[in-house]
Design a protein around this ligand. Structure first.
Ligand SMILES: Cc1ncc(COP(=O)(O)O)c(C=O)c1O
Length: 375
């Protein structure tokens, strides 16, 4: 059997990793400023993470959601405290798309309506409703296109208001900072207007924090830069530092009932251990503050490079906008400088998504490599 060939691959085969370093099968070491697409939050193979997972595996790795699992409660308490979202309840699943799928389904259950408002250039995953709410025709099959989704521009409050007034909208879904789209975000005023419209018109506001959450933006959640309170917050990626885990935080106003949502694997013992380890390291090593501080350092260093038009994003979810398409630069950074970075739908943006425990020295190294390739 061959693999279903859907991924264009770089010719690199990582076999081990530690902190920001990834080593391939030829013994070559790369600096990872991509974090496996914003997944590695506390560094590869962090000793506390490895120990937590090993210890848990030695006890129990999995049992279904038909029995009690106190680790889920421990996790909900810790997550509520660290994120400042104590008036939410937690539902655990396995990936980002699944988190958004559950968020959208719950919004539809809650309101009895079915149309979704999403934003142009947004990405929410590849499952049924999540992909329908993703602004990318190419990855939507006819099956997905049956969903009712309206895509709007950021800052266009008039169309937002008139769409909501039609009375059939269950949810507005947005990324506080767009990830794959290219790190765009609307103004604070726009966020606040969206939030008050949702409240007034009883539309569920879903913040997709799958990429910008868990400290990456320099606050626990990206929407916290804008002083709003979503009804549902979806999480994944950095949450498990590579362990497949996702979830939604659901405001207490939305009530649960038995059987409303469900999953076989979601919230299993290993997934909880991985997420607890991430939360413990974020807290103990002050990584959210580190992300915030390093953003400033990164911006200062970027300012010294004439080819960089603009720095986008927040914390350690950053993008460098150039006047040229960056695909070739990305390749050269990998093959000449042994350094991973990310691309975006916006072909002019080079994305930087490292673990949150990197240091200024790593940023110096990044810019040294970049300057060499730009020379
Ligand atoms: C903002 C956002 N939402 C949802 C997803 C989908 O997550 P997953 O690939 O875990 O299904 C992604 C993945 O890139 C994402 O960046």
């Amino acid at each position: 059997m061959n693999l279903f060939n859907v991924y264009p691959l770089y010719d690199v085969t990582p076999v081990s990793a530690e902190g920001i370093l990834v080593t391939d099968d030829k013994g070559r070491t790369y600096h990872d400023f991509y974090g496996g697409h914003a997944v590695i939050s506390i560094g590869h193979s962090h000793p506390h993470y490895v120990k937590r997972l090993k210890d848990q595996l030695g006890k129990i790795g999995f049992y279904s959601n038909s029995v009690k699992n106190p680790l889920q409660e421990e996790l909900a308490t810790k997550l509520g405290k660290l994120s400042g979202c104590e008036d939410y309840n937690l539902f655990l699943c396995n990936s980002g798309a699944e988190a958004n799928e559950n968020a959208l389904k719950l919004a539809s259950f809650h309101t009895g309506k079915s149309r979704i408002i999403a934003f142009k250039n947004g990405f929410h995953g590849r499952t049924s409703a999540a992909v329908a709410a993703t602004d990318n025709e190419k990855i939507n099959a006819p099956l997905n296109k049956q969903q009712k989704v309206t895509f709007l521009d950021f800052e266009n409050l008039t169309s937002l208001q008139s769409e909501i007034e039609k009375g059939d909208v269950c949810a507005i879904i947005l990324e506080a900072i767009q990830g794959i789209g290219g790190l765009d975000e609307p103004s604070i005023e726009f966020y606040q207007n969206v939030a008050s419209l949702c409240k007034a018109m009883k539309v569920v506001l879903i913040a997709d924090e799958i990429q910008c959450g868990f400290g990456r933006s320099g606050k626990f959640f990206g929407f916290q830069h804008h002083g709003i309170q979503p009804d549902i917050i979806s999480i994944a990626k950095g949450m498990g530092n590579g362990f497949p885990v996702g979830g939604i935080l659901i405001h207490e106003n939305i009530k649960a009932s038995h059987g409303l949502l469900g999953t076989t694997f979601g919230g299993n013992h290993l997934a909880c251990a991985a997420t607890m380890a991430v939360l413990e390291v974020l807290e103990k090593e002050n990584l959210i503050e580190n992300a915030r501080k390093l953003e400033n350092y990164f911006r200062r260093s970027a300012n010294e490079i004439a080819e960089i038009k603009r720095v986008k994003g927040r914390g350690l979810m950053l993008g460098l906008e150039f006047e040229f398409e960056v695909a070739d630069l990305r390749k050269r950074l990998i093959h000449n400088q042994y350094l991973f970075t990310g691309g975006a739908k916006d072909k002019y943006v080079l994305r930087v998504l490292p673990a949150l425990n990197i240091s200024e020295a790593h940023i110096d190294l990044f810019f040294k490599a970049l300057k060499t390739e730009l020379a």
